[in-house]
Design a protein. Structure first.
Ligand code: CA
Length: 519
């Protein structure tokens, strides 16, 4: 599919110059030599859950006005998912088109297998300027890679100042124009990651104020959390941060439009993972991975004012889609496929299910989870689960403390489920989207459970998942737990030497600081 952009004489001249420069440098001539090149801006939120959007928060108006207005002219997917609902592994999937089990980045790992191409590396090789704003280390799997333009968290008001994001977006676009190259810009907000915006005690001194604040009384509590005072308080702070994300989004879009490049720029928006509350981020429930996802590309011949309610897309599709949009072909295998045809309203195979996984979180041991879901059902396998297990993550706030102290049966059972889980879970999403009622022992669902487990088994076979043998022994929990120790890859074995060296240097630095304090 070719774009229908009109090419001016000046553009033609510029492109000829670039092609000549590429040939002289021994780089493959870019395919956009004959047409206006496509720029790509990927805007990511940090921990923005899908449940905050209007269909789940009826009665809570005016949370994301800029996004709501923008998305109307583009394409929105109703079934978009992060394959791994944790910051760095989620972004590693976007950058490689591969699940963690395929790339080896099953957690906070950099890329060990240097034969795997990355999105940014490939774009550089094909004549693109690349830039990144915020979340830089989480968004750069290859430790040897050099972006053309970098502004990190500290230069962006702790990743929470939209005016600075807009300023640097404009600066990078100007730099690309001067270089006569098309660009790829990854704009990573640090909102609405914890710490949320608490008006009484704003944690980020250099962040901007959200344009609107929310109160504990008016928030909508998602069904997967018991409705308690602490939950409501944290949610109100979270909504403040969501609003600030939306403020930033509006300013970034304005900067792209002011730079005069919007027509030839594919803009996409997504969240790296679900919200930082128990049962969302760092798990495999529907609200762990489901994300707001929309795209706009005026000269890309794609749909406008269009909502795709049928097709599942996920982050393994991001790299193939961007290469498709930019007309770059490389000799590489991806776990995903380009969704650009869906943006044009075409049909595609393989869009009925999504597969999501968790392996290593930032701290602690592995808690592998594997899930398959479609619009009707979700099946989850948790080989780490056992009585007395103590699953924890950095997303609990003070909510789990409140559950523990409540003496309330419902809250205590929710806490037990969160910490220990069950080896297998199955939910009817049409009746129970928040996954509260595990149907594993319900006789009516046994045929469906077998069907979904088999599909997950097939996915594990295809991707040589180390968890596969554990699924076969699911009726013998002791065996599964012993296999976790023997068959599951150790964290450090998945890291490249350069990352191990960095970790070692950091440890030594900390040790030296401790020793200095003692003296
Ligand atoms: Ca995140």
């Amino acid at each position: 599919m070719t774009t229908t952009a009109v090419i001016s004489t000046e553009d033609n001249m510029r492109q000829k110059l670039i092609v000549t420069a590429c040939l002289a440098a021994g780089v493959a001539a870019p395919v956009w030599a004959e047409q206006a090149p496509t720029n790509v801006v990927l805007i990511t939120a940090d921990d923005l859950g899908y449940e905050v959007f209007s269909r789940f928060t009826d009665g809570l108006p005016d949370l994301t006005p800029n996004m709501d207005a923008y998305v109307k002219g583009g394409v929105e997917f109703m079934h978009a998912h992060s394959n791994t609902s944790i910051c760095m592994p989620s972004r590693s999937i976007m950058a490689t088109g591969l699940y963690g089990v395929s790339s080896g980045m099953m957690g906070f790992m950099n890329l060990k297998d240097s034969s795997i191409p990355t999105l940014m590396g490939t774009l550089t090789e094909h004549g693109y300027q690349t830039g990144v704003l915020g979340k830089v280390s989480h968004s750069t799997p290859d430790l040897g890679y050099q972006w053309n333009y970098v502004q990190d968290y500290g230069d962006l008001g702790s990743g929470r100042d939209g005016k600075l994001y807009a300023k640097y977006t404009a600066e990078f676009i100007e730099q690309s124009k001067k270089a006569g190259q098309p660009f790829y810009l990854m704009v990573n907000s640090h909102d609405p990651h914890r710490a949320f915006h608490d008006p009484e005690d704003p944690r980020w001194a250099d962040a901007t104020q959200p344009s609107k604040l929310f109160t504990a009384d008016e928030v909508v509590v998602p069904e997967y959390l018991p409705d308690t005072p602490q939950t409501r308080l944290e949610l109100s702070h979270y909504y403040n941060s969501v609003r600030r994300l939306d403020d930033s989004f509006g300013l970034i879009i304005q900067a792209i439009e002011d730079a005069g490049v919007a027509d030839d720029t594919l803009v996409m928006f997504l969240s790296d993972n679900g919200s930082a509350f128990p049962f969302a981020k760092a798990n495999t429930y529907m609200f762990s991975s489901r994300t707001k996802f929309f795209a706009k590309w005026p000269n890309g011949d794609i749909n406008t004012d269009y909502v795709d309610e049928d097709n599942f897309i996920s982050f393994v599709d991001i790299m193939p889609s961007i290469l498709d949009a930019t007309g770059i072909e490389i000799d590489a295998e991806f776990d995903g496929q380009s969704f650009i045809p869906l943006l044009r309203g075409e049909e595609q195979e393989g869009r009925d299910y999504v597969y999501t996984q968790i392996d290593y979180k930032i701290g602690g041991g592995a808690t592998p989870m594997r899930a398959i879901q479609d619009k009707e059902f979700i099946y989850i396998f948790n080989p780490w689960s056992e009585e007395g297990a103590n699953y924890r993550n950095a997303n609990e706030g003070k909510i789990t403390e409140e559950w523990a102290a409540s003496g309330d049966e419902v809250q205590l059972e929710r806490l037990r489920m969160f910490r220990e889980r069950e080896m297998e879970e199955f939910y009817d999403l049409s009746l129970d989207p928040s996954s509260l009622n595990n149907l594993m022992d319900n006789p009516e669902y046994q045929a469906k459970i077998t069907e979904y487990r088999q599909k997950l088994n097939d996915w594990m076979v295809e991707h040589k998942d180390p968890v596969l043998p554990m699924l076969a022994h699911r009726d013998n929990p002791e065996k599964v737990l012993s296999m976790m120790k023997t068959d599951y890859p150790k964290k450090f074995s998945l890291m490249p030497q350069e990352q191990l060296d960095k970790i070692k240097a950091k440890q030594e630095e900390r040790r030296a600081q401790r020793d200095a304090k003692k003296k």
